[in-house]
Design a protein around this ligand. Structure first.
Ligand code: ACO
Length: 427
């Protein structure tokens, strides 16, 4: 197979190397393009652009494959825990028992947040979205905890601090938004059990840890743990490339995740299903709307930039969602609507031709609802899950020598030079 490509511009021909990934993916290395030809590439939305090489996550959108550090996500969802998967992503391989124990101890040790941070929460207006609050609080962590040093031990400490505290901050934001007393983390509980306890324990109704809910949360967070160079991860890498600290980079990633075309889709799906239920119209009406080019409505939880087949995570979450509903003895009418929407879409030529299948967000909202998580916390749940991926990608970009300041170019289409006219002469 050819190792170079030739590009002809006017009368000149240039040769560029082909870079090959370990799974046979091929890219044209155009890093010397501008210097040699004076031209740049134009790729709005970066759908054809590789921004880095990475050893963390492999996904094949045509075949519906997702692997973390080579391990299929299906195996991790079935056998691993979120903490173990986080270790795998961040440190590169599955931990030994000793390493896992140390990591868990570090997570426990770092789980409390500075009491002064509670004051911040109390001053946010009541209607604030928890994603905006979380992004601000993670940025604020940098002021409370010392700068990451360039020492191996310090990276471990900062990373575990972030993983642990974001979970505590998220649960705190829920309690404070309801005007309830904050529940502190317990050292005897696992990462996921601790989160559920901090969310749902109260002085009037003690929370009883339910192993099945803990297992479902582990699966949910494992499935969200990384997804290579998506919008929020690319944001983390881009912000980090200016050599800003880890907290600020993650805070930017949280903001990027918030949007309904990205992580905010899980909230948007539930709102869409509720709208369908309230409208009294059939799901078919909404399928027709989604197909109408003159209507801005899109089927939330459908489609993906990379997956052109069923999202492998959606398949797993659908099964987990069914189990949670059965365990909680919940009959959710939104689930019936979701099934009907999916069934109609999977038979519809428009969706088939556009390769639009359910993504991870389509069923995850119904599962989180059944677990008692309020809708405006859904994207925060996603953010906690994505944290190991963001950290791993930030760490990889920091470790690799290729860590350059991210600074794309543009093709300017505005006016040519125009002379300034003083306001009094403008009429
Ligand atoms: N409903 C109806 N039509 C859709 C949908 C949808 N959900 N998604 C894409 N399309 C159509 C577009 O209208 C377009 O049609 P056209 O070519 O006839 O004009 C075509 O499919 C391609 O759409 P793009 O927006 O160019 O595709 P892109 O790869 O940029 O979009 C995205 C991916 C943003 C996820 C899109 O599918 C979407 O908006 N989905 C709904 C929101 C969603 O579920 N987001 C979560 C994604 S997963 C995640 O980030 C965690």
């Amino acid at each position: 197979m050819s190792k170079t490509v030739k590009l002809t511009i006017d009368d000149a021909t240039y040769e560029f190397p082909i870079v090959e990934g370990s799974q046979g993916e091929r890219a044209i290395d155009i890093s010397t393009l501008r210097q040699r030809t004076g031209m740049i590439t134009l790729d709005v939305g970066y759908a054809n652009t590789g921004s880095c090489t990475s050893r963390i996550t492999f996904m094949d959108g045509e075949r519906g494959i997702l692997r973390y550090r080579g391990i299929p996500v299906e195996q991790l969802a079935q056998h691993s825990s979120f903490v173990e998967t986080a270790y795998l992503l961040i440190f590169g391989s599955l931990p030994t028992q000793r390493e896992l124990t140390r990591f868990s101890v570090l997570l426990n040790d770092a789980s409390l947040v500075h009491e002064d941070m509670k004051v911040f929460y109390q001053n946010f207006p009541r209607a604030s979205h928890p994603m905006g609050i979380l992004s601000a609080m993670v940025n604020a962590l940098r002021s409370f905890y010392p700068e990451l040093q360039d020492v191996e031990e310090e990276v471990d400490v900062t990373v575990t601090r972030l993983l642990s505290k974001v979970r505590t901050l998220a649960a705190m934001s829920y309690k404070i938004s309801r005007g309830h007393t904050v529940v502190y983390p317990r050292p005897d509980l696992s990462y996921c059990a601790n989160f559920l306890n901090m969310m749902f324990n109260s002085p009037v109704k003690p929370y009883v840890i339910d192993d099945e809910m803990v297992a479902a949360l582990n699966v949910f967070w494992i499935l969200h743990a990384d997804h290579e160079q998506n919008c929020s991860t690319s944001t983390v890498r881009m912000v980090g490339s200016g050599r800003v600290n880890l907290y600020a980079s993650i805070s930017a990633g949280i903001a990027a995740l918030w949007g309904p075309l990205h992580g905010g889709a899980n909230q948007a799906v539930i709102e869409m299903l509720q709208d369908i239920a309230a409208s009294g119209r059939s799901p078919r009406h909404y399928i027709e709307r989604a197909k109408d080019r003159n209507d801005s409505f899109r089927l939330m939880g459908f489609g993906h930039r990379v997956y052109k087949t069923y999202d492998p995570r959606a398949r797993i979450i659908k099964g987990t969602c069914d189990r949670v509903l059965a365990k909680q003895r919940i009959v959710d009418p939104l689930l019936d609507i979701a099934h009907e929407v999916e069934e109609l879409a999977l038979k519809d030529d428009y969706f088939l031709e556009h390769h639009l299948y359910p993504n991870v967000d389509f069923y995850s909202g119904i599962m989180l609802r059944a677990m008692g998580i309020p809708t405006n916390m859904f994207t925060v749940m996603f953010a906690i899950g994505r944290l190991p991926g963001w950290i791993a990608q930030w760490k990889e970009s920091m470790d690799d020598n290729e860590w350059k300041l991210c600074r794309p170019r543009q093709i300017y289409t505005g006016p040519p030079q125009i002379d300034y006219v003083p306001v009094k002469s403008r009429g």
